[in-house]
Design a protein around this ligand. Structure first.
Ligand code: GLN
Length: 503
């Protein structure tokens, strides 16, 4: 019998539909894999075993009655812990929400459940999604399954690690400035940030509302396409005012040829001083893999991209300050006892409930929005946003997608980033995409020669051309597979086949 981590999500759903194994057996195998791998990886904050078994029993009963099964029938999935799911807590990896029971279920979570998925648990993250390493979680650190002395990336580090360790085939994350694409690249899995508005954020704790987007992780592009179809098949979600409807045809278009498609590269970025030699080499491999399939490469420019980090670290904290004001110990969140006044209670609750990075972001946001200061920072940041969006529009007039790094280096070691600004600077290649609201996907292209860690290429595409972007991602995956270089589809060595036999 196979190990759970040898099967893709599509194979699990097909096996459940055929009756090769039951959804309940799949859950048990996933829980067994989790039990043997979690001591090293610690990707999860909560395991929802009862909920998963109950859900699987429903799927098995449906099958017994001959009822139609969904796209993700019996597929174990994990959710970043900023997504509401009734029957679990939604903590955002913060003391502030340590005991917060989800009052309702987020649309993105519900859509996967509607497709028959089984909710295995909630994954670790940077507190309130502030960070790039999952180190700011208030609860514990998550190890990168390829080397547990290194970070899994962040902020959706737990979701990326759970997939890379073969604990679940699909997990959801959120991406405000790179939080799906960067951890996917660090953990050697595929991670997609759809166009802003393609996936509903209703029920996902907000960070930067003009930037936030939900998306899936999988070990291969096919599973990401499967998850995307399940996420969008229900159409526009009226509960997220930015939600838009796109066709659920991600799988359908995936294998179409890419011959004649044009991919842009930005020379100044490829020469960027922050870029490590092994990432640069991996991007050359990615280019070759696409060229063999008839993709044409063109030079393009994004002249204002260097200003993206500065603009993001104004807009992001400003929006975060506004969104996190609700965690005051009265409306939501930890409440400090024995306070004489409301002001004292608010101050002390917030001081105790938030960790250092969450405080830093909110203080920064409060300052940036203060009268007098606003005109110096927030207003120019919005102007930069307009310029970057226009840059992309001009670039995408000349190409169907852009090829660029997901991160300047492979996964770094715990504590290696000594200052917050050093960490912020490393988001250089992902942030502009959120600023413009475009789609982006991170695809593993092999192991770095120096670090021996996974390295990804990032593809970015124009807004609402997500299907075509994923097709290029699949071509890239196919190309590197043919060249024998990929780590796509594989579980991190050391974790494969540890527990989790599908009986
Ligand atoms: N690393 C970025 C930050 O710290 C992005 C985080 C995210 O996308 N949630 O803000």
């Amino acid at each position: 019998m196979p190990y759970i981590d040898e099967l893709s999500a599509a194979e699990i759903a097909a096996g459940v539909a055929r009756g090769d194994f039951s959804a309940t057996e799949v859950v048990r195998a996933s829980l067994d894999a989790i039990a043997s791998r979690e001591p090293d990886v610690q990707a999860f904050l909560q395991i929802s075993a009862d909920l998963a078994l109950q859900t699987a029993a429903v799927t098995d009963a449906r099958r017994a009655k001959g009822e139609p099964l969904g796209l993700l029938a019996g597929v174990p999935v994990a959710f970043k812990d900023n997504m509401q799911l009734v029957g679990t807590r939604t903590t955002c990896a913060s003391r502030m929400l340590e005991h917060f029971e989800s009052p309702f279920t987020a649309t993105c979570v519900q859509r996967l459940l509607d497709a028959g998925a089984t909710p295995i648990g909630k994954t670790n993250m940077d507190e309130f999604a502030f960070g790039s390493s999952t180190e700011s979680s208030a609860f514990h650190r998550t190890g990168n399954p390829w080397d547990t002395q290194r970070v899994p990336g962040g902020s959706s580090g737990g979701s990326a690690a759970a997939v890379a360790a073969g604990e679940v085939p699909i997990a959801l994350g959120s991406d405000t400035g790179g939080s799906i694409r960067q951890p996917a690249s660090f953990c050697g899995v595929v991670g997609m940030k759809p166009t802003y508005g393609v996936v509903s954020r209703y029920g996902v704790v907000a960070f930067g509302s003009s930037l936030d987007q939900v998306g899936p992780f999988g070990r291969c592009v096919c599973d990401v396409a499967l998850a995307m179809d399940a996420l969008v098949v229900g159409g526009r979600d009226p509960l997220d005012s930015m939600s838009q409807s796109v066709p659920a045809s991600f799988r359908e278009q995936l294998e179409e040829p890419v011959e004649g498609m044009r991919v842009g590269v930005i020379e100044s970025l490829m020469e960027h001083e922050a870029l490590s030699a092994e990432v640069r080499a991996a991007l050359e491999d990615a280019r070759a893999a696409l060229e063999t399939q008839g993709v044409q490469f063109v030079q393009v420019a994004l002249p204002h991209m260097e200003a993206a980090i500065a603009a993001y670290y104004v807009i992001g904290p400003a929006e975060a300050f506004s969104n996190l004001a609700r965690f005051d110990g009265v409306r939501f969140g930890y409440q400090e006892p024995d306070c004489a006044t409301l002001a004292e209670q608010t101050a002390r609750s917030r001081a105790r409930g938030f960790g250092a990075e969450a405080k830093r972001r909110q203080l920064l946001g409060a300052y940036l929005l203060a009268s007098g200061v606003y005109d110096q920072y927030y207003y120019p940041a919005q102007q930069v946003r307009t310029l970057i969006t226009a840059d992309y529009r001009a670039a995408f007039a000349r190409c169907d997608a852009l090829l660029l790094p997901a991160a300047p280096t492979a996964a770094f070691r715990f504590g290696e980033m000594s200052t917050p600004t050093q960490m912020y600077a490393a988001d250089l290649f992902t942030i502009s995409n959120n600023i413009a609201g475009n789609a982006g996907v991170s695809v593993p292209v092999g192991l770095g020669k120096t670090s021996c860690m996974p390295i990804a290429a990032q593809l970015q595409g124009p807004a609402f051309k997500d299907h075509a972007l994923l097709r290029v991602a699949r071509a890239l995956e196919r190309g590197v597979e043919d060249a024998g270089r990929t780590c796509s589809g594989t579980v991190a060595p050391g974790f494969a086949r540890m527990g989790g036999v599908l009986a």
